[in-house]
Design a protein around this ligand. Structure first.
Ligand code: OXD
Ligand code: MN
Length: 599
C-alpha cells in the first residue's frame, strides 16, 4: 500500500522503524468504519475477541488479555530525559541512549509475522489550536480499534499535518513476533514483565512502548502523549496538560459553569463527569472524563479541551445506580476488556447492579466462574465512544475549548480531609493540589492497593518531568498577567465514620457539593473561613435524605490533630523528596497552615 502522505519526516520515520521491526506488511490507517471492522475481524480470526450478542450489545466485543498484562506498569514506565534531574524523584529515569540501545535490541524483528499499522491521530478536535498530532506505529489490531474510539484517526489528520507539520512519533509493539506459520491462536500477545518498557523521551517528544498490549501502556495517545509528553510541552509553552475530567454544570436558571477535576486513577472521574444530579433543576453534562488541556484565552480565562474522543472506563462498580450515562454509552459499539461473559452473550462485572443470568459465567481469565474469585478483573475496562454518551455536552468538540470556573482536587481519603474546602488563593490551591493523597486502586499493577500514597495533582504516574518544576509551573500560571483564574477546591467523597462505613452517599448526591462550588464561583455561596481554607457555612450544603446532622458535621469537621499529622507527613515524607526544586511558596503555605491549625 502506498503511503497517503508526502510528509518526508513521517515517511522516513516509518521506513526506519519498518527496517528495524521487519513486519510482513505495512498498513496506513484511514480511521474508516471498514478499517475498524477489519481490525475486529483480525482479532476474531486470531481468537482474541468474542462477539457479544448482537441484539443485547450491538457491534460490541469482549477481549481477554494475558493475566500478566492487565494494567499500567508504573515500574516499567520510564522518563528518559538527558539528565536525571529532568525526570525527578517521582519518575523512573534512565539514560536515553542506554534505553534506546536496549529497546532497539528488543524491537529488532519484533513485528515478524505481523502487520505494521501506521495510525495518524489527533488529540483534540482535528485542526483545533489546542490539539496535538501523534502517529502511532503498532502491530496490534486491538490497539488500532481502540485508538479509533479514543482518538480521531485518519486522513483528516494527515491533511492537517501537511508536508512538514509537527507530530509525536509513538512506537508500539506487543513484543511477540510470530514464526512462519505461527498464529496467536487465542493467546493475548505480550512480552514478560521484565521486558516491558513504556518509554518517554521528553526532549525529543517521542514515545517507545514494548511488550504490553493493554490500556495506557499501548494506546499511546492517552497517558503517554496527552499527559507525559504534553505536560512537558505545556511547561515549555505556558499551558496545562492535566489528569482531569471536565464537566458542564447548569443551574436551574440556565447559567452554565465548567468545572475540571483531578482525581487519581479509578477514584470516580468518569462517574463525576457523567453525574445525574439529585437536586432539582440542575444538570451535569460531560466534556471529558480523564484528561484536560487548558490554555488561556484572549479574555484571560483558562479554556479546556478534552483531547480524547472516547472513554476507557473502569467497569467494576459501574451500574445504572452509580453511572447510568456510562451504562447507556456502552450499550453498543463498545470494546470490553477483561470483564466476564454471561450465558446469554452479554458482559457482567462485580457491582453492575444485578446478578448474572443463570447458566455458565466465563470469568476474565476465560474459565468457568466458580464464584470464589472476582469474575471481572478489578481493572477491567470498557472503551466507548464519547458521542454515544447521552450526557455528552454540546461543546465537547468545540475547538476553542470551554472556560473553566473551578478546579477540584480529590482522592480516596478515609479520614481527616473534609467533604469540601476551598483554597484561599491560587497559591494555596497549588499547595492543596501538591499534597493530594489517595488510597491506591487497581489501575496500576505494581503499587500496593489499599495504602494511601501522595499523588500530587493526580499526576504522579503521568508527569513527564520533575514534579518540583511542575509545582513551579502551576505557580507561574497563577502569575499570568490578566489571568482570570479558576477557583480551586479540594473534595473527598470517601470519608468514613467510626463504623468504617462511608459517611457520604456520593454519586448523584455529589451534585450538592457542585452546587456550592457553583455558588462560590457566582459569589453567592454561604461560606466560613477555617484554618484549612474556605468551607460551606452550616446548612449551605443541603444534606441528602437520610444523612444525619451529625454525619454532615463530621463530613465538614476540621480535624486539627489529623491535619497536623497530615502536614507532618507532607513535610517529612513528601515535600522532602523534591530538594531545592520545591518552590518556597509551597513551604510557606505549609508553614502558614500549620501555624493556623496550632493557633
Ligand atoms: C486511566 C488511569 O486509565 O488513570 O485513566 O489509569
Ligand atoms: Mn486516568
Amino acid at each position: 500500500m502506498s503511503a497517503p502522505t508526502s510528509h518526508a519526516k513521517l515517511l522516513n520515520w516509518v521506513d526506519e522503524i519498518a527496517q528495524m521491526v521487519t513486519p510482513d506488511a505495512i498498513q496506513w490507517c484511514d480511521g474508516s468504519q471498514g478499517e475498524y471492522d477489519r481490525m475486529i475481524q483480525l482479532a476474531l480470526d486470531a481468537g482474541l475477541a468474542t462477539p457479544l450478542d448482537p441484539v443485547k450489545r450491538p457491534n460490541s466485543y469482549l477481549f481477554r488479555s494475558d493475566p500478566s498484562d492487565v494494567a499500567r506498569v508504573e515500574n516499567r514506565t520510564y522518563i528518559a530525559s538527558t539528565s536525571p534531574d529532568n525526570a525527578g524523584p517521582t519518575n523512573n529515569w534512565i539514560d536515553p541512549e542506554v534505553l534506546k540501545t536496549t529497546m532497539r535490541g528488543l524491537y529488532k524483528g519484533c513485528m515478524a509475522g505481523r502487520t505494521l499499522f501506521v495510525i495518524p491521530f489527533s488529540m483534540g478536535p482535528v485542526g483545533s489550536p489546542i490539539a496535538k498530532i501523534g502517529v502511532e506505529i503498532t502491530d496490534s489490531p486491538y490497539v488500532v480499534a481502540n485508538m479509533h474510539i479514543m482518538t480521531r484517526v485518519g486522513s483528516g489528520v494527515l491533511k492537517v499535518l501537511g508536508t512538514d507539520g509537527e507530530f509525536v512519533p509513538c512506537l508500539h509493539s506487543v513484543g511477540k513476533p510470530l514464526a512462519s506459520g505461527e498464529a496467536d491462536n487465542g493467546v493475548w500477545p505480550c512480552a514478560p514483565l521484565d521486558l516491558k518498557y513504556i518509554s518517554h523521551f521528553p526532549e525529543e517528544r517521542m514515545i517507545w512502548a514494548y511488550g504490553s498490549g493493554y490500556g495506557g501502556n499501548a494506546l499511546l495517545g492517552k497517558k503517554c502523549l496527552a499527559l507525559r509528553i504534553a505536560s512537558v510541552q505545556a511547561r515549555d509553552e505556558g499551558w496545562l496538560a492535566e489528569h482531569m475530567l471536565i464537566l458542564k454544570l447548569t443551574s436551574p436558571q440556565g447559567k452554565v459553569r465548567f468545572v475540571a477535576a483531578a482525581f487519581p486513577s479509578a477514584c470516580g472521574k468518569t462517574n463525576l463527569a457523567m453525574l445525574v444530579p439529585t437536586i432539582a433543576g440542575w444538570t451535569v453534562e460531560t466534556v471529558g472524563d480523564d484528561i484536560a488541556w487548558m490554555k488561556f484565552g484572549a479574555d484571560g480565562q483558562l479554556y479546556a479541551i478534552n483531547p480524547e474522543a472516547g472513554f476507557f472506563g473502569v467497569a467494576p462498580g459501574t451500574s445504572m445506580k452509580s453511572n447510568p450515562n456510562a451504562m447507556k454509552a456502552i450499550e453498543r459499539d463498545t470494546i470490553f476488556t477483561n470483564v466476564a461473559l454471561t450465558s446469554d452473550g452479554d458482559v457482567w462485572w462485580e457491582g453492575i447492579g444485578y446478578d448474572p443470568p443463570s447458566g455458565e459465567v466465563v470469568d476474565w481469565k476465560g474459565k468457568s466462574w466458580q464464584r470464589t474469585e472476582a469474575a471481572a478483573h478489578a481493572n477491567s475496562r470498557f472503551t466507548a465512544r464519547a458521542k454515544n454518551c447521552p450526557a455528552i455536552a454540546a461543546e465537547w468538540q468545540d475547538p476553542a475549548g470551554v472556560p473553566i470556573s473551578a478546579i477540584l482536587f480529590g482522592g480516596r481519603r478515609p479520614g481527616t480531609i473534609p467533604l469540601i474546602h476551598q483554597a484561599r488563593s491560587w497559591q494555596h490551591g497549588v499547595f492543596l493540589g501538591s499534597i493530594v493523597g489517595s488510597e491506591v486502586t487497581a489501575a496500576a499493577l505494581d503499587v500496593q492497593a489499599g495504602t494511601v500514597r501522595r499523588d500530587p495533582f493526580a499526576m504522579l504516574p503521568f508527569c513527564g518531568y520533575h514534579m518540583g518544576d511542575y509545582f513551579a509551573h502551576w505557580l507561574r500560571i497563577g502569575e499570568t498577567p490578566g489571568a482570570k483564574l479558576p477557583k480551586i477546591f479540594c473534595v473527598n467523597w470517601f470519608r468514613k465514620g467510626a463504623d468504617g462505613k462511608f459517611l457520604w452517599p456520593g454519586y448523584g448526591e455529589n451534585s450538592r457539593v457542585l452546587k456550592w462550588v457553583f455558588e462560590q464561583c457566582e459569589g453567592t455561596g454561604q461560606s466560613i473561613e477555617t484554618p484549612i481554607g474556605i468551607m460551606p457555612a452550616p446548612g449551605a450544603i443541603d444534606a441528602p435524605v437520610g444523612l444525619t446532622n451529625a454525619a454532615m458535621a463530621e463530613l465538614l469537621d476540621v480535624n486539627r490533630a489529623g491535619w497536623l499529622q497530615e502536614l507532618d507527613d507532607v513535610r517529612t515524607k513528601h515535600y522532602n523528596k523534591f530538594g531545592d526544586k520545591l518552590p518556597s511558596a509551597l513551604v510557606a503555605e505549609l508553614d502558614a497552615l500549620q501555624a493556623r491549625l496550632a493557633a
